[in-house]
Write a protein that binds this ligand. Structure first.
Ligand code: KIV
Ligand code: ZN
Length: 512
């Protein structure tokens, strides 16, 4: 058994399955680049057969990422597996991850198949996949609730067919650490060819134990791959959180005795990028990446930390990417300082033109706001209107009037397919008036399911970051906009969400 723990990130696949967290191809590529900077071993880039959009995203990531293995999920059938192989063609290192449910409940009620049929399909699929790719992961879906004798038969058979990784999902987050750890241990002991594959854990967080269960799978069960997502994003209560599992193994190396290849200094930027892209806000007290994770409010704690940091801190904030000096730039900062800061934050712009646009936007912001924080820069470079590459709608300008006792009125100028449109409307408040002014022309008919404003750096001088989540014909999309004027940020976020509604294709569910 090696002492390296493989980190398999599934933010772009399982994370994206979270209702409302769907991402565009370009957003996925941006996150994949950040995962590569983090030195994630395996990036599950999507589920290629689920939609043309997912196929293209997996393909783009496979063609663009150099260092990490790129993986596509696929159901256990030839068509899905062929689509995955096709999408992964350009990858330096490719993995096909195929799955079929093995619990009695799923086989009978969902698949309507007998155990023998499932076993046969698992064998055929891995055999087929192995002819297309040397690196094959197999997951018995709802594995933890499966009959152990049957599971042993399936796993032994797929390893014989050439599966190189066996992942045992706790699909519904039902496990308890000790029981899950022992379950993996039992499987490894009972499957005769278990040493021919790497064992992997994949835990959902329905009972809040995904990280604990994953670590038990590693320590008790001997698994050497953990499947996880940034910020624990994922269906229902989410998946095992990458930052928590990685920092646990690193901080308690005395106990785990395992190596992880993750460059932890990029963790906070990755967390911020995922939260901003999906509109899933990180709770302030979230371990490692929450705004308060390293804040000491009590006088006794502050005093202790000033005297000796390790009195109350078990990790260094800098080690996970919280910068020690938070005020970074101002209006006198030049282009080189700005570029350097982007580099320090782990942000790489796609082209020189994008860097120039970001710098121009930074200068505009610095004229309105004396101190520019890291968070401002990250918001600025994530603003989709900055790198608008042929999107349908783009923000131009906004004016609004609101006064106590009067109904607010807004005028919004934006472009649709390159033509300028001027929309005007009244509303309950200036934000409502502005979004109505846009909607009157666009007529999307979409329902707004979330509107949230977040002060990026915590003061009234701060930029407001607005997330708008729209739902239309069963599809849910997020738009994000940032500006010191929250009405402008709202209009940008609304247009960004409309752009996504305009461009997205239907998907089939991964656990269908
Ligand atoms: O939770 C699960 O069972 C999954 C599989 C598709 C691996 O995500
Ligand atoms: Zn899952």
């Amino acid at each position: 058994m090696t002492d390296k723990l493989i980190i398999f990130d599934t933010t772009l696949r399982d994370g994206e399955q979270s209702p409302g967290a769907s991402m565009t191809r370009d957003e996925k590529l941006r996150i994949a680049r950040q995962l590569e900077r983090l030195k994630v071993d395996v990036i599950e880039a999507g589920f290629a057969a689920s939609s043309n959009g997912d196929f293209e995203a997996v393909q783009l990531i496979a063609n663009s990422i150099q260092d990490s293995t790129i993986c596509s999920l696929s159901r256990a059938n030839d068509r899905d597996i062929s689509r995955a192989a096709e999408a992964l063609k350009g990858a330096n290192r490719a993995r096909i991850h195929t799955f079929i449910a093995t619990s009695a409940l799923h086989m009978e009620k969902k698949l309507r198949m007998t155990p023998e049929q499932v076993l046969e399909q698992a064998i055929q699929s891995v055999r087929f996949a192995r002819n297309l790719c040397g690196d094959i992961e197999f997951s018995p879906e709802d594995g933890y609730r499966s009959d152990v004798d049957f599971l042993c038969r399936v796993i032994e058979a797929v390893i014989r067919e050439g599966a190189t990784t066996i992942n045992v999902p706790d699909t519904v987050g039902y496990a308890i650490p000790e029981l899950y750890g022992n379950f993996i241990k039992t499987l490894r002991e009972r499957v005769p060819n278990s040493d021919k594959a790497v064992w992997s854990v994949h835990c959902h967080n329905d009972l809040g134990m995904a990280v604990a269960n994953s670590l038990a799978g590693v320590m008790i069960g001997g698994a050497r791959q953990v499947e996880c997502t940034i910020n624990g994003l994922g269906e229902r209560a989410g998946n095992c959180s990458l930052e928590e599992v990685v920092m646990a193994v690193k901080t308690r190396k005395d106990y785990f005795g395992l190596e992880v290849g993750i460059d932890t200094q990029h963790i906070v930027a990755a967390s911020r990028m995922v939260s901003q892209t999906t509109g899933f806000v990180v709770q302030p007290n979230k371990a490692v990446v929450g705004a308060n994770a390293f804040a000491h409010a009590s006088g006794i704690h502050q005093d202790g930390v000033l005297k000796a940091r390790d009195t109350y801190e078990i990790m260094r904030a800098e080690d996970v990417g919280w910068s020690a000096n938070k005020i970074v730039l101002g209006k006198l900062s030049g282009r080189n300082a700005f570029k350097q800061r982007l580099q320090d934050l782990g942000v790489s712009m796609e082209s020189e033109a994008d860097t120039n646009a970001a710098f121009a936007r930074f200068k505009e912001l610095a004229d309105r706001k004396s101190e520019i924080f890291d968070e401002d820069i990250l918001a600025l470079v994530s603003d989709e209107s900055l790198t608008n590459h042929g999107e349908e709608y783009a923000f131009v300008s906004l004016s609004q009037h609101s006064e106590t006792g009067e109904r607010p009125h807004a005028t919004v100028v934006f472009t649709a397919s390159g033509s300028e449109i001027k929309g005007e409307s009244d509303g309950n408040g200036p934000v409502d008036a502005s979004l109505k002014a846009i909607e009157q022309h666009v007529q999307s008919g979409a329902e707004m399911v979330l509107y949230s404003v977040n002060a990026i750096s915590g003061s009234t001088e701060s930029q407001g970051e607005v997330t708008v989540r729209l739902q239309s014909s069963g599809r849910v999309v997020n738009g994000v906009g940032a500006d010191p004027d929250i009405v402008v940020a709202s209009a940008k976020a609304y247009l960004s969400a409309l752009n996504k509604l305009h461009s997205k294709a239907e998907k089939v569910p991964a656990q269908g």
